[in-house]
Write a protein that binds this ligand. Structure first.
Ligand SMILES: Cc1cc2nc3c(=O)[nH]c(=O)nc-3n(C[C@H](O)[C@H](O)[C@H](O)COP(=O)(O)OP(=O)(O)OC[C@H]3O[C@@H](n4cnc5c(N)ncnc54)[C@H](O)[C@@H]3O)c2cc1C
Length: 301
């Protein structure tokens, strides 16, 4: 196989961009494939990032854009395409992309992240149900909205929306929240956020456009009329194209240690898509560096 690239990186988020920086510093011929137009990964959706070392407070988009420019300046190539299939051979990897000729490389760093999990209740497909508060929050200025979830993403959304909406209901199916302590503290200080705990959302109300929702709590059904509904109930790893399902853990994340080495020689997993405890920009960036170092070692051998 005639490979133009030493490394192809799938995904242009913090993991992929950090990997690109390290690959280029190792003088590897590097291509980053990102499926979304101007895609910069999940962090671009963060209203404010205050836990990335060296950058006290920054908009997620600005942080991601800085990473992108850094990789580009160092000579990484970028392609906007969705990788749909990956074939492995002794010579390397062949990546098939939608609306683009197949691309080959000796190594792949897979940094495709994880997508939003869809709430499976009737009416969820209606307009007015959003998965991105930063993108859609402005539509609900001075109105009442609901956020569904109890982790970091749900808290991030609720805090962001509390500065726009008149009232935010945070609906969580359990009694305790999974969000980090700092976010929980900030949320407690917002008078226009009301937490509804032990509540399971059962239906999105409305006819084409969401007008509210129903939830079950203590055996009774309740109705909550809101203009906007933000679903933040977790994420699913983007590992659908991986044929070797044996390298995935039970939740679909790619099994790999800190060195990002997987069971497939030359195939490395970095960022949120990898089995790990803490999924953050800083851990994704660290993975990118480690994956690049492992790829370099693999290629030099
Ligand atoms: C609202 C929100 C707020 C957050 N706030 C913070 C914060 O304050 N601090 C913090 O550290 N972290 C925060 N995070 C988490 C952080 O964004 C992630 O941990 C981080 O972005 C993971 O980076 P990644 O590169 O692994 O994956 P992603 O950032 O998810 O990037 C993966 C990229 O791969 C692309 N891709 C996927 N499949 C394909 C394919 N088949 N072909 C081509 N491209 C593909 C995707 O389009 C995506 O751009 C937040 C997340 C959210 C959702």
């Amino acid at each position: 196989m005639d490979t133009k690239y030493d490394v192809i990186i799938v995904g242009g988020g913090p993991a992929g961009l950090s990997a690109a920086v390290y690959c280029r510093r190792a003088l590897l011929r590097t291509l980053v494939i990102e499926k979304d137009y101007m895609g910069l990964g999940m962090i671009a959706a963060a209203d404010r990032v205050e836990n990335y070392p060296g950058v006290p407070s920054v908009q997620g988009y600005d942080l991601a854009m800085t990473m992108h420019r850094q990789a580009e300046t160092l000579g990484a190539e970028f392609l906007e395409a969705r990788v749909t299939e990956m074939e492995t051979s002794d010579m390397g990897f062949l990546l098939k992309c939608r609306q683009h000729a197949p691309l080959s490389a000796r190594c792949v760093i897979y940094a495709a992240g994880a997508s939003y999990r869809r709430l499976e209740v009737p009416g969820i497909e209606q307009m007015g149900v959003s998965y991105c508060a930063t993108c859609d929050g402005a539509f609900y200025q001075g109105q009442e909205v609901a956020v569904i979830g109890g982790g970091d993403a749900a808290f991030n959304d609720a805090l962001y929306l509390s500065g726009i909406a008149s009232k935010v209901y945070l609906i969580h199916r359990s009694d305790t929240f999974r969000a980090n302590a700092a976010a929980q503290q900030r949320l407690a200080g917002r008078s226009n956020i009301e937490c509804i705990r032990n509540a399971v959302v059962t239906r999105i109300l409305g006819d084409a456009r969401a007008e509210g929702l129903t939830y079950e709590q203590d055996g009774a059904e309740h109705r909550l009329m809101v203009k906007g509904i933000f679903s933040a109930i977790g994420r699913v790893p983007d590992t659908g194209i991986i044929r070797h399902r044996e390298i995935l853990d039970k939740d679909g994340y790619i099994r790999a240690g800190e060195d990002c080495i997987t069971a497939i020689p030359g195939f490395f997993a970095a960022g949120d898509v990898r089995t790990k405890r803490l999924r953050q920009a800083v851990t994704a960036a660290a993975d990118g560096a480690n994956a690049a170092a492992s790829a370099e070692l693999f290629l030099r051998r």
